[in-house]
Design a protein around this ligand. Sequence first.
Ligand SMILES: *[C@@H]1O[C@H](CO)[C@@H](O)[C@H](O)[C@H]1NC(C)=O
Ligand SMILES: *[C@@H]1O[C@H](CO)[C@@H](O)[C@H](O)[C@H]1NC(C)=O
Ligand SMILES: *[C@@H]1O[C@H](CO)[C@@H](O)[C@H](O)[C@H]1NC(C)=O
Length: 269
Amino acid sequence: MFSFLWEGHAVASCLSLTFMLLLHILDECMSESHQAEIRCPERCFCSESVDFGLVVRCSDMNLIVVPHGLPNTTRYLYLDNNLLLTIPSDSFIGLPLLFKLDLSHNRLVHLEPGAFRDQVDSLSSLDLSFNLLETLDPEAFGELRAQTNLSHNPWLCDCHLQLAMPQLLLDPSFLAEVVCNTSEPEELGAQGLPFILVATDLDFCAALQRTTDVAMLITMFGWFTMVISYLVYYVRHNQEDAIRHLEYLKSLPNRQGRSVESLTRSTWL
Ligand SMILES: *[C@@H]1O[C@H](CO)[C@@H](O)[C@H](O)[C@H]1NC(C)=O
Ligand SMILES: *[C@@H]1O[C@H](CO)[C@@H](O)[C@H](O)[C@H]1NC(C)=O
Ligand SMILES: *[C@@H]1O[C@H](CO)[C@@H](O)[C@H](O)[C@H]1NC(C)=O
């Protein structure tokens, strides 16, 4: 009876020990997830993704810069609907797992060279739609091969863009979303058309060359006219001078004679 009670006590304490251990493990887990929350940038929301890594949501927060201290296991990063103007070089450095990046609905006018340098191997989807991009800098994309949404930007279709396009390794089907808002030269009438479509028929650089040629010709003609009129003026002016000089010279012997006369007269007197 006593030993049975003792055994019962042992079982109970064993159970309570197990319970406490469970609680402790649970507590550990809680504090770990708490730590993960602390590592999440201020005001952003971080959660585990289904595949290994984190989903970090910093959408619609009036951000003007990419937040600091993004967890190095970030796999999905949502920075859409903010006020970002530019993406500086190495903005996403230390995020080797970044797979999807949403930068849509910002005010991006510029992507600096090397902006996605650290994501060349990992990034598969980049959303740049609904921004203020006018041109593409191949240096900003580097070797990036991500599917890149470039729609709804006020693209300026010109020689620069024509030269940049072939250097981009981005998915060509997405380059079809580069719809011209303006073109340079404007007369090419590319407005409202996808750049890729327009560029098959038109050569923006040759057109630019033609306009610069005409401008050069006009400038040269202007200079030529100026030089000629200066020469004419110079010759005329000198001619007058020469005539005046000649007349002076002609009058010289007379005057000299007169002065000699007066001199001799004065010595006579
Ligand atoms: C993230 O950083 C920790 C150290 O802070 C390191 O142990 C871990 O390997 C890093 N993870 C990746 C994916 O780089
Ligand atoms: C790019 O984004 C726009 C706007 O969100 C969307 O309509 C379009 O389908 C996207 N393009 C691709 C190829 O996903
Ligand atoms: C598109 O171009 C027109 C001028 O052609 C300009 O007024 C307008 O602001 C441009 N759109 C954007 C979104 O910049």
